[in-house]
Structure formats: structure tokens, C-alpha cells
Design a binder for this molecule. Structure first.
Ligand SMILES: Nc1ncnc2c1ncn2[C@@H]1O[C@H](COP(=O)(O)OP(=O)(O)O)[C@@H](O)[C@H]1O
Ligand SMILES: [Mg+2]
Length: 352
């Protein structure tokens, strides 16, 4: 498990010996990640994701707050205790951080050598790890001979060498192509499932959150602004930034020609263009035909998409509501009463 309570981190940078000001990279962060779960933290570049994850194993010492990992309060440990606690916390990075002069076996063996393990014990630990990450045939290769995905597999095996209970992943798939990303995420899911390792993963990609995380937090400008199970975050983000991440992920923006025609204010001869988000029961109900029947409007669907996230289904649609002002008003009430989220993007002139 991992628990952060009221954790803040302020960097005091100095340039040419003079203070250039304080950077409040993390502000009063509270986070609880139960044993055996996969928790994602998503945010834009510079939001404080790396700072947050580095505070967990004290690569960065928090300015204030407490960090508990596997039941131990990390900020209170002396150097030797901290070193021992870190054996139970593995970490992988965007750029793999392998030693180029060591082959695959020796990279994975490194933490065990530092722990003073015997040659025999090291062999007995490294060989099954090579198998676990699917690199048994690359034992004697050097990092330069491996693809990005293979390098990250070596880094994962190295991170697991000291039998950690927790694995920290700092943008671990951000340097990989989508297909390789998929196979690394599958490996992480497998490790979580078979070894019960708790995973904290930070990313700027919704796809990563969708495919592997149980829960997700959103970080914005050093603050954790949302914390939800993944199905809820994808169906009803609570913040504007959350909605922006979701819209980017779904890529459901109105077509450009339409945007150019959109007017802010309704006029006598205009129709509303709406973005509808359906989740839960609303997805399986024939709401659009009911809408047409009950309110007398015609619905012209401009774009639509259905996504499955965990056990939840999310539907999105951009549509034009064609009717008199009274009919379209009634249609909006109808949709709202069926728990759809409606956003009026603007109004367009009738074509007729
Ligand atoms: N060692 C450091 N010294 C000073 N400022 C830093 C340091 N590390 C990060 N920062 C600043 O803290 C903020 C958060 O950075 P970071 O945690 O790396 O964000 P992310 O990983 O989300 O891109 C940024 O404004 C960054 O410039
Ligand atoms: Mg970062």
C-alpha cells in the first residue's frame, strides 16, 4: 500500500548563486492506494507527476507531509532503513535507465549485487525474471542491441529483482509506439495479477489509464483535483481539465465546417448543436427515437461513438436538434430528465 498525507514539495532553485524563486510542484497531496491495486495519476506536462512519484520512494524528500509505503513512514527512516525500505519499492522510467556497459543479465542482477547476494542466489533470481518478462533468449545482449520495448522489459525485471511490494512507473510507456505500449501494459497487468504487486503509474495518456488502472487521480498544477474509479472518471469527470482529457481521448470534436457556422446566441431561425454524453442505462435505451416521438424534433446525428471502460459503457454524440424553439426546449428537458449530460455547443442557421 501507499499513503500520502498532506504532501507538499517546493523546489527552491538557484541560478548564479541567487534565488530564482520557489516552485510549488506538489501541494497538500492526499492519496491512498490499497495493496494489490493499480492506480494511475494523469496530468499535463509540468503538473507535478514525477515529483509526486519521486516523493513515494523519497528520491525527492517532501517539504511537508507523510509518506507511508508498506506500512512504513518513509520520511522518518534513517539512511540505512531507507535503503532497506527501497528494496520493497521498484521503479521504472520513461527512458529505461539501463547501464549500457552491462548485458541484460547483469543489468537485472545489479540490485542483487548491491544487496550482497551470492552468485548462485543471483542466478536463481534472475533466470525466472528473464522468463517472466519474455527475454530468456537475450540474456547476453547489451542494451544497444535491444528495441525500446525489450529495454523496458529489462528495466521491469531489474525493478522486480529485490521482490518489491510496490512498483512505481514514471511515464513507462511514453517513449514506446502504441503496439509496444500495449504489450508492456499487458506485462504490468500480469505482474499485478500474479504477484499482487501494488502499482502507481503516472502518465499523460488516457489510453494507458483506460487499459490498466483500477483508480485514477488527476493532477493539475501540483494539486490532486480528482480521484475516482476509472469507469466513473471516463463517464463523468468532475473538473474542466478532466473533461478536456476525456474529449481529447474520445476525439469527439465537432467538424470544422460546423464550428465555423456556430453562433453563440439562438435566433428565430436557428437550431441547437448539442454534445450528449450517455452512460449507464441511458446507453441501452432507445432515447433518440423516443425523443423524436415525444418532442416532435428531428435529430440529425453528426458524430457518435461508444466506448467500453471497465464494466461501464460510455456513449457520445454530437447532434443537431431540428424543431421549433418550443420543441427543442422540450427536447433538452427530456434529455436532462434521462440523466444525459448535455452541452450546447452553439446554434446554426436552418438550411431551409
Ligand atoms: N529539481 C527541480 N528543481 C526545480 N524545479 C523543479 C525540479 N523538478 C521539477 N521542477 C518543477 O516542478 C514542476 C513539476 O515538475 P514535474 O514533477 O517534473 O512535472 P511532470 O512530471 O508532471 O511533467 C515543474 O514546474 C518543474 O519545472
Ligand atoms: Mg515527469
Amino acid at each position: 500500500m501507499i499513503e500520502l498525507k498532506n504532501v507538499s514539495k517546493t523546489y527552491f532553485s538557484k541560478a548564479n548563486g541567487s534565488d530564482t524563486g520557489a516552485v510549488h510542484a506538489l501541494k497538500n497531496a492526499d492519496l491512498y492506494i490499497p495493496k494489490g491495486t493499480i492506480h494511475g495519476v494523469i496530468g499535463l506536462s509540468g503538473a507535478g507527476k514525477s515529483t509526486l512519484i519521486r516523493c513515494v520512494n523519497l528520491l525527492e524528500r517532501p517539504t511537508e507531509g507523510s509518506v507511508t509505503v508498506n506500512g512504513q513512514e518513509m520520511t522518518r527512516l534513517n539512511a540505512q532503513e531507507l535503503n532497506r525500505a527501497r528494496h520493497r519499492i521498484g521503479m521504472i522510467f520513461q527512458h529505461f535507465n539501463l547501464l549500457t556497459t552491462r548485458n541484460v543479465f547483469d543489468n537485472i542482477a545489479l540490485p542483487l549485487e548491491l544487496m550482497g547476494r551470492s552468485k548462485k542466489a543471483i542466478r536463481e533470481r534472475v533466470l525466472p525474471l528473464l522468463e517472466l518478462v519474455g527475454l530468456s533468449d537475450k540474456t547476453h545482449q547489451f542494451p544497444a542491441q535491444l528495441s525500446g520495448g525489450q529495454k523496458q522489459r529489462v528495466a521491469i525485471a531489474r525493478a522486480l529483482a529485490s521482490e518489491p511490494a510496490v512498483l512505481l512507473c514514471d511515464e513507462a510507456t511514453s517513449a514506446l509506439d502504441p503496439q509496444t505500449t500495449g504489450s508492456i501494459l499487458e506485462l504490468l497487468r500480469d505482474i499485478n495479477h500474479t504477484l499482487g504487486i501494488t502499482i502507481l503509474l503516472i502518465t499523460h495518456e488516457m489510453e494507458v489509464v483506460k487499459s490498466i488502472c483500477h483508480r485514477v487521480s488527476l493532477i493539475s498544477d501540483g494539486e490532486l483535483v480528482e480521484d475516482a474509479v476509472v469507469g466513473d472518471f471516463f463517464t463523468s469527470p468532475r473538473t474542466q481539465l478532466g473533461r478536456e482529457f476525456l474529449n481529447d481521448f474520445l476525439q469527439l470534436a465537432p467538424p470544422k465546417e460546423l464550428v465555423n457556422r456556430l453562433q453563440e446566441n439562438p435566433g428565430d431561425a436557428t437550431h441547437p448543436i448539442v454534445r450528449l454524453t450517455f452512460s449507464g442505462d441511458a446507453v441501452s435505451t432507445p432515447l433518440i427515437s423516443q425523443l423524436a416521438r415525444e418532442c416532435g424534433v428531428d435529430v440529425s446525428i453528426l458524430q457518435a461513438k461508444v466506448e467500453s471502460i471497465q464494466e461501464r459503457t460510455l456513449g457520445l454524440m454530437i447532434a443537431e436538434l431540428l424543431g421549433t424553439p418550443e420543441q427543442t426546449q422540450q427536447a433538452m428537458h427530456f434529455l436532462e430528465s434521462h440523466q444525459l449530460q448535455i452541452e450546447v455547443l452553439g446554434h446554426v442557421q436552418r438550411d431551409d
